[in-house]
Design a protein around this ligand. Structure first.
Ligand code: FES
Length: 113
């Protein structure tokens, strides 16, 4: 298992009430969204054919892929609708005041020599 690092990705106020934002950490893209007052983070990459969710839809906790319509639960990345069969990666979120901190695998370029 790769080592995790806690990364400050956004302010809570940057998250829309409905919808999501995307942030980058190295080559990883992370989708941040709110649901019932909690903040969740999943990888911005569909497990079916690796589309980005940028043009996808979020209804409640249900994230729909724009390419073939697979649905995932933003709380844990689990599959809610076909054609995907594998979950997407989800990441632990900690709120520190107004900041959204996400535990991410250390980016290769951040490793010391
Ligand atoms: S790439 Fe997302 S459902 Fe096919």
């Amino acid at each position: 298992m790769s080592k995790l690092t806690r990364v400050d990705l956004a302010g809570v106020g940057e998250l829309p009430e409905k919808g999501f934002i995307v942030r980058s950490h190295g080559e990883l893209q992370i989708l941040l969204a709110r649901f019932k007052g909690e903040v969740f983070a999943v990888e911005n990459l569909c497990s079916h054919a690796f589309a980005r969710f940028d043009d996808g839809r979020l209804r409640g906790m249900r994230l729909m892929c724009p390419l073939h319509g697979a649905c995932f639960d933003i709380r844990d990345g689990s599959v809610l609708g076909k054609p995907a069969s594998a979950p997407i990666q989800s990441f632990a979120v900690t709120l520190d005041g107004d900041r959204v901190l996400v535990d991410l695998p250390e980016a290769a370029e951040c490793k010391p020599d």
